[in-house]
Write a protein that binds this ligand. Structure first.
Ligand SMILES: Nc1ncnc2c1ncn2[C@@H]1O[C@H](COP(=O)(O)OP(=O)(O)OP(=O)(O)O)[C@@H](O)[C@H]1O
Ligand SMILES: [Mg+2]
Length: 454
C-alpha cells in the first residue's frame, strides 16, 4: 500500500464519519506515520508544535477507531488499512462530496461504486479477520456458570493471566463454558484461535497453523516460528484456546505427563508464562498438566479453574422429561454432569416414557453404555498403582482417611501418595474434610462403574 492509497482510504473513512475531508495536518500525520516518523519529526517537518501534532493524531485515531469499531493507533494503522484492502472488494473511490472540494485527491470523475458501501462491506468482512473459531462448538443452550464466567473475565481482563487451565471430568462442561466466554468477548481480542488436540499434531504443525491464522508465513525452524508467534502475542491481544489437552499426556502413567513427542508443548506453555505479553492461553483438559502443577502462582501468571457439576434443573429444560419436581434429585444423583444427564434423559424417555419419578422409584444408579465407554477409556489411561487404589477405594461406602485407604494395599509409600495426588488431578478422587480429618472418596457414578465393570 502506498501513501496515496492509504490517504484515500483514510480520507473516505474520516469523511463518511464527519462529512469533511482530511485536512493538511491530518494528512501530514498519516504521511509521517507511514514513513515511520515520530510525532516530533512530523511536527518539525510541518513547522507545528509537537503537542499540536499529538493532539491531531489523537483525534484522528479516535475517529478511525470509531468508524472501524476497533482500536486504531499509529502502530497498527498501516496493517489495518492493508487488511481492509485485502478483505474488501477493490476500493474504487468516488468523489461525491460537492461541498468540499479543497482536498488534493484525484478520485476520478466517473460514476464509481460508493466507497461508503465498500468500506461498510470491508468492515463487515474484516470485523474479526484474525478470529478462527472453525473448530469450536456452537453453543445454543447455556445455563448457570455465572461465577465461572466472572472468574474467567476477572483473570483475563483484570489480572492479565497468561495461562489458564479449565479442568474437570469428561462431560462436565469445560468446552461449553470456554466457548460461551469467547462468544461473549469476541470484540475484546484482535486474534482468537480455537484448536483442538483431539487428534494431536506435532507442536511445529500447531505453530504453523497459529501463524497462518495470523496471516504470517511460518519461517524455517521452530525457534523462528516461536519468535514470530511471540511478536504477535506481544503486539496484539490474542486469545488462544487449546481444547482436549489431555491427549498429549501419556496413558499408563501418573496424570499430566507429556508424551515424549509432545514435550515441546510443555516448554512452550512454560515460555508463555515467563515472557511478558498481552495475550492469553486457555488449556482445556481432563487432566491437570504439569505446567500448572509446579509453577508458583505468585510468580507466574497462571490459574486453574476446576469445574464441578451444575446443580441446576435448567440443564434438563429441553429434554421434555416429566415430573419436574423430581428433576433436582436426578441432577444430584448424576452429580450435575451434563453429559451423564443428557444420556440418562434419553434413557428415561426410551424406557420410562419420560417419567423421572418412575426412574427414581427403582432406586438404581444406571450406568449407560455411553458412560461405560467413557469410564473404560479413563480407567485404561490410569497407571497400575492408580488402578489398585481406585479398586480399593470403590469398596468403601463412605469417604475414608489416608490411613484407612492405605491398609492392605500393597503399594510403596511413594506410589500410594503419588497415585492419590494423580487421581485428584484427573478429578476421579475427591478430597473433603470430615471432623477436621482429610478424607477421600470416589464420585458415586464412577464408583458404581468400578464396582460393576472393573
Ligand atoms: N452450562 C451449560 N449449559 C447447557 N448445556 C451445557 C452446559 N455445559 C455443558 N453443556 C452440555 O453438556 C455437554 C458436555 O459439555 P462439554 O462438551 O462442554 O463437556 P467437556 O467438559 O468439554 O467434556 P470433554 O472433557 O469430554 O470434552 C455438551 O453437549 C453441552 O452442550
Ligand atoms: Mg470438551
Amino acid at each position: 500500500m502506498d501513501i496515496k492509497e492509504a490517504l484515500q482510504i483514510a480520507d473516505q473513512l474520516v469523511s463518511s464519519q464527519t462529512g469533511e475531508h482530511l485536512d493538511d495536518l491530518q494528512k501530514a500525520v498519516i504521511q509521517g506515520v507511514l514513513q515511520k516518523q515520530n510525532y516530533k519529526e512530523i511536527a518539525k517537518s510541518c513547522k507545528r508544535s509537537e503537542s499540536r501534532i499529538r493532539n491531531v493524531a489523537y483525534q484522528l485515531w479516535k475517529l478511525l477507531s470509531e468508524q472501524l469499531q476497533e482500536d486504531i493507533n499509529k502502530h497498527n494503522f498501516r496493517p489495518t488499512l492493508e487488511r481492509l484492502q485485502l478483505t474488501s472488494a477493490p476500493i474504487i473511490i468516488q468523489n461525491n462530496n460537492k461541498q468540499n472540494n479543497n482536498h488534493n485527491f484525484n478520485f476520478g470523475s466517473q460514476d464509481l461504486l460508493s466507497i461508503n458501501h465498500t468500506i461498510k462491506n470491508a468492515k463487515k468482512k474484516s470485523q474479526f479477520p484474525n478470529h478462527d473459531l472453525t473448530l469450536a462448538p456452537k453453543i445454543i443452550d447455556f445455563y448457570d456458570r455465572e461465577t465461572e464466567l466472572t472468574t474467567l473475565s476477572n483473570w483475563i481482563f483484570n489480572q492479565n493471566t497468561s495461562l489458564i487451565s479449565v479442568l474437570g471430568l469428561f462431560g462436565i462442561g469445560k468446552t461449553t463454558l470456554v466457548k460461551r466466554f469467547v462468544d461473549l468477548n469476541l470484540q475484546q481480542f484482535e486474534v482468537i484461535i480455537w484448536k483442538t488436540l483431539k487428534f494431536p499434531k506435532s507442536f511445529e504443525l500447531l505453530l504453523d497453523n497459529l501463524l497462518k491464522v495470523c496471516q504470517q508465513e511460518p519461517k524455517e525452524n521452530t525457534d523462528n516460528k516461536i519468535r514470530q508467534l511471540l511478536d504477535i502475542i506481544i503486539e496484539k491481544k490474542c486469545l488462544i484456546i487449546l481444547d482436549d489437552v489431555q491427549n498429549i499426556f501419556s496413558a499408563g502413567e501418573f496424570s499430566g505427563q507429556y508424551k515424549s513427542e509432545y514435550q515441546d508443548y510443555q516448554n512452550f506453555f512454560n515460555l508463555m508464562t515467563e515472557v511478558k505479553h498481552q495475550s492469553h492461553f486457555i488449556l482445556i483438559s481432563q487432566e491437570q498438566c504439569s505446567a500448572m502443577n509446579y509453577l508458583d502462582e505468585e510468580l507466574y501468571p497462571i490459574k486453574c479453574l476446576k469445574l464441578s457439576g451444575i446443580e441446576n434443573i435448567d440443564i434438563l429444560k429441553n429434554t421434555s422429561l416429566k415430573d419436574k419436581e423430581n428433576w433436582l434429585k436426578l441432577v444430584t444423583l448424576y452429580e450435575g454432569n451434563t453429559i451423564y444427564l443428557q444420556d440418562i434423559a434419553g434413557l428415561i424417555k426410551d424406557i420410562y416414557d419420560g417419567s423421572v419419578s418412575e426412574f427414581l422409584a427403582e432406586d438404581n444408579l444406571i450406568i449407560t453404555t455411553k458412560m461405560q465407554s467413557h469410564f473404560r477409556q479413563l480407567f485404561n489411561r490410569l497407571s497400575s498403582p492408580e488402578k489398585e487404589l481406585i479398586l480399593k477405594l470403590s469398596q468403601f461406602e463412605n469417604a475414608v482417611t489416608r490411613e484407612q485407604l492405605r491398609q492392605d494395599l500393597e503399594l510403596s509409600s511413594t506410589d500410594f501418595i503419588n497415585s492419590l495426588q494423580s487421581l485428584q488431578k484427573r478429578y476421579l478422587v475427591n478430597k473433603s474434610l470430615n471432623e477436621d480429618k482429610v478424607v477421600f472418596h470416589l464420585s458415586s457414578v464412577f464408583k458404581e462403574y468400578v464396582r460393576n465393570f472393573c
